[in-house]
Write a protein that binds this ligand. Sequence first.
Ligand code: IPE
Ligand code: IPE
Ligand code: MG
Length: 255
Amino acid sequence: MKPFKKWFGSKTEGAEIAAQLSSDNVPNHVAVIMDGNGRWAQKRGLPRVAGHHSGMKNVKKITMAANDIGVQVLTMYAFSTENWKRPKEEVEYLMKLPLEFFPKEIEELIANNVQIRMTGWKESLPDYTLKAIQDAIDQTKHNTGLILNFALNYGSRKEMLSGIQQLVRDAKDQKINPEDIDDAMFSKYLLTDPLPDPDLLIRTSGELRISNFMLWQLAYSELYFTELCWPEFTEAHFYEAVKEYQRRARRYGGL
Ligand code: IPE
Ligand code: IPE
Ligand code: MG
């Protein structure tokens, strides 16, 4: 086991825990269900949207923490296909966050060689939201470091159903043979292609559910739940989750 000790001065909060991690068992892909923004705010007597704002600020911190230990893909669940059911004002606020996030953070993300990606349906996003994220994707597309992937307007059932519809069309057109459909082929029909499946899923806010997130891709991911709400989840907590991941034995059904 190679420790990280040498790499870390006191660079980030959590350096002490990061130094206890093993550098040869870092999860490749970490996915985060960033939940509990509203409750975090309400506990403080603030409007729910204040929680979203605070949650947005946390995204950069955790991105840098992940980057520092060599995580290759960090997927952040930012908005689900079901979140459109929320009050119009809240949805509007959430859709405007990328307009603040990217201009503010893009320079530092580029300096750290981060690539921005998006998993989700672009068509139904407001133009300004799509433009903000598309600009960030374009500006970082030649970077080669950490992939910061936003799951935005994403839902796993819809993703799988569209994949199946396309598979059926391709079979009808004789582009594929139904007998050849296997895990690898199906994965290619999903929005997450070509990203690897998550190794570690973190969900904040104490909810013990998946909420329609990457149902196929999470088949053998390690799950980590914490009572902390997303705005209060720090670098140290992130490294705590990775430390727990490193204690797990992944068997994939074998021995
Ligand atoms: C997560 O926080 C952010 C989004 C779903 C967009 P919530 O807004 O779900 O916060 P809670 O769960 O209501 O506290
Ligand atoms: C999941 O959180 C979606 C995101 C964090 C973007 P929700 O708050 O929407 O999930 P439920 O409604 O508690 O299952
Ligand atoms: Mg929630």
